[in-house]
Design a protein around this ligand. Structure first.
Ligand code: HEM
Ligand SMILES: [Ca+2]
Length: 298
């Protein structure tokens, strides 16, 4: 069953969307990086947009937060819990955590100066999680271009969608452990850029959690500087720089997005809508969780 129009909550919870927007704006005003973290949560949820990423591990339940791409890395749960609590007070068990994540991701991009788009709604929340799917389906930062294309293609996202969605790395931060190999071992990297990162991200195993901005130019602005960085061999992750690599099939998409901000904005919006529609639960599937961090008691 398909998702519903953006008016889905207009009768059942008329203030849902404005509540999410105010909370996201407040969180991003307090810490700009939170916009990046919320956007990434939606991505890691959506590779099935069913809020499974939000479920905590318990003695009897294994969630997805321990998956390789998530562990010690995804953040923003307190902001989501806060939004959910406000909405539950307005309209109990009506607005899903998956829809909250989808709308919060959009509002985060807008709060940092990026494009807006219209989201379909009516996603429902899962009663299960899949650690193994999170491990196999979310691409790793050492992925090659062909692996990236394949991982997105598996979700019916084409190479242009993949390059546009990677532009989310125009905001936010990454840990040394995710870019160490790139700055020490890769050749497709600007040497001065690599040198500047080596100071705080040493070879070996030290400094694993030291952070660097994914977009060295404008880390807190949702713009197209990410693509210009790639043209200058200043992508932070191996997977970023793979998109622009002297003869890569995606080179022309990167140069187009670098020179044409409008083309990037519209491709990003299109791809976010597609990503937000990946295998949602709808109708009577799943549930509307009371707390985003755990399934409802049966
Ligand atoms: C193309 C494949 C992708 C790979 C390999 C990848 C990998 C990564 C890695 C390794 C980090 C740093 C994590 C850490 O150090 O803890 C990161 C951060 C981030 N990713 Fe991606 N990512 C990809 C695609 C995406 C997509 C599609 C989005 C959203 C549409 C996204 C949004 C973000 C954001 C916003 C951050 C910063 C989060 C923060 O500062 O809290 N990424 N990504
Ligand atoms: Ca930027």
């Amino acid at each position: 069953q398909n998702l519903s129009p953006p008016t889905f909550y207009d009768t059942s919870c008329p203030n849902a969307l404005s509540t999410i927007k105010s909370a996201v704006n407040a969180a991003v005003a307090q810490e700009p990086r939170m916009g990046a973290s919320l956007l990434r949560l939606h991505f890691h949820d959506c590779f099935g947009c069913d809020a499974s990423v939000l479920l905590n591990d318990t003695a009897t339940f294994t969630g997805e937060q321990g998956a390789g791409p998530n562990v010690g890395s995804i953040r923003g749960f307190a902001v989501v819990d806060n939004i959910k609590a406000q909405i539950e007070a307005l309209c109990p068990q009506t607005v899903s955590c998956a829809d909250i994540l989808a709308v919060a991701a959009r509002d985060s991009v807008v709060a940092l100066g990026g494009p807006s788009w219209t989201m379909l709604l009516g996603r429902r929340d899962s009663a299960t999680a899949s650690l193994s799917l999170a491990n196999t389906d979310i691409p790793a930062p050492n992925s090659s271009l062909s692996q990236l294309i394949a991982a997105f293609n598996k979700k019916i996202l084409n190479p242009t969608d993949m390059v546009a969605l990677s532009g989310a790395h125009t905001i936010g931060q990454a840990r040394c452990t995710t870019f160490r190999d790139h700055i020490y071992s890769d050749t497709n990297i600007n040497q001065a850029f690599a040198m500047s990162l080596k100071g705080s991200c040493p070879a070996g195993s030290g400094g694993a959690n030291v952070m660097a901005p994914l977009d060295t130019t404008t880390p807190n602005a949702f713009d197209n500087a990410y693509y210009t960085n790639l043209l200058n061999q200043r992508g932070l992750l191996h997977s970023d720089q793979e998109l622009s690599n002297n003869g890569a099939s995606t080179d022309s998409i990167v140069s187009n997005f670098s020179s044409n901000a409008t083309a990037f904005s519209s491709a990003f919006a299109t791809a976010m809508v597609k990503m937000g529609n990946i295998s949602p639960k709808t109708g009577s599937q799943g549930q509307i969780r009371v707390l985003c961090s755990r399934v409802n008691a049966s």
